[in-house]
Design a protein. Structure first.
Length: 313
């Protein structure tokens, strides 16, 4: 058996069992594809495809198992090729980062800027999504790295490592009554409409839990997926915002004021997630270290070789 036969089997399935289309996709002849598949079946001693006359119709039961093995083998072969290509050119390639809006907007820019200075030939793509989407993109090989606060530690086939801790702040206009208070309480916040993140984002679970422990029901008038929306509506006077402290910048947000509320809602942990067993190019290690200096190459390798372990800071 050989890799050509494996590719023919895979492409036949991808082309809905049309061997003519499979041959076109692989730039070969239809008789050659048909012959190679039959030779593979003879060698294995089972039929991979059900046929009606000369036409292939579907996979047999052993054919489904064979296809799964073929897919794994070809993925490994393609990985070997990537390793060879990337070791030949360690300073160039592609890097896809999946992140929530808050991480992409506020946590990543400085690290990405430094990364681009060090690796100008690496093409960086940032894809945004909610925490579950971020985890699934890494899980499905649509992204090399995932960065989010929620969800990443819940996937057993991802290695999740701590990146940094952060806290919530209350944000309001300079003329708001809360601006005169030195320390805020939950009861203070209960007096005003609140604007904060949606249920899946940026530590919203901890906000809910803090109010629930005191049997309080806050008046949350608007939920957003990103901090910029929260700040916009706070500026319009719709309420008091609760958002990540990293999203506030005194110069950029000069029309707003903040007060710490980490004592009310606790600390939050942003995580980096990578797929277990993944091959990492050298520049991926560099980006991880730029985001989280405590995460050394040795620690990252240990996590990738683990069995769903999660490391804390």
């Amino acid at each position: 058996m050989n890799l050509h036969q494996f590719r023919f089997v895979r492409e036949a399935v991808r082309q809905n069992f049309n061997l003519t289309e499979a041959a076109k996709a692989l730039y070969t002849s239809q008789p050659g594809v048909s012959k190679a598949i039959i030779e593979l079946e003879d060698e294995l001693g089972v039929e991979i495809f059900r046929r009606h006359g000369k036409r292939v119709r579907s996979l047999t039961e052993p054919g489904r198992l064979i296809l799964a093995s073929v897919e794994r083998i070809l993925r490994e072969v393609e990985s070997l090729k990537r390793i060879g290509n990337e070791f030949a050119a360690q300073d160039q390639g592609n890097l896809t980062i999946a992140a929530t809006h808050t991480q992409a907007r506020y946590a990543l820019p400085e690290a990405i800027a430094e990364f681009r200075r060090r690796f100008p030939k690496v093409r960086v793509s940032i894809v945004q999504g909610n925490p579950t989407q971020v985890a699934e993109m890494v899980q499905n090989d649509a992204a090399d790295i995932g960065i989010a606060t929620e969800a990443l530690a819940d996937y057993p086939d991802l290695s999740s490592l701590p990146c940094f801790q952060w806290h919530h702040v209350a944000v309001f206009r300079p003329d708001h009554p809360l601006a005169e208070r030195a320390t805020l309480s939950l009861e203070d916040l209960m007096q005003y409409p609140l604007i904060t993140y949606g249920a899946a984002f940026a530590g919203r679970t901890k906000i809910n839990e803090a109010f629930a422990r005191r049997s309080l029901t806050p008046d949350i008038v608007l939920e957003a997926i990103d901090s910029d929306v929260i700040k916009t509506y706070v500026e319009l006077g719709l309420g008091v915002g609760i958002m990540a402290d990293m999203a506030y910048h005194p110069e950029r947000d000069k029309h707003l004021r903040t007060a710490p509320v980490g004592h009310l809602f606790g600390s939050n942990l942003t995580r980096i997630a990578l797929k277990q067993g993944a091959y990492l190019r050298s520049y991926v290690y560099t980006l991880v270290e730029l985001l989280s200096p405590e995460t050394t190459r040795k620690l990252l390798d240990q996590a990738l070789q683990g069995t769903g372990e999660h490391y804390e800071i």
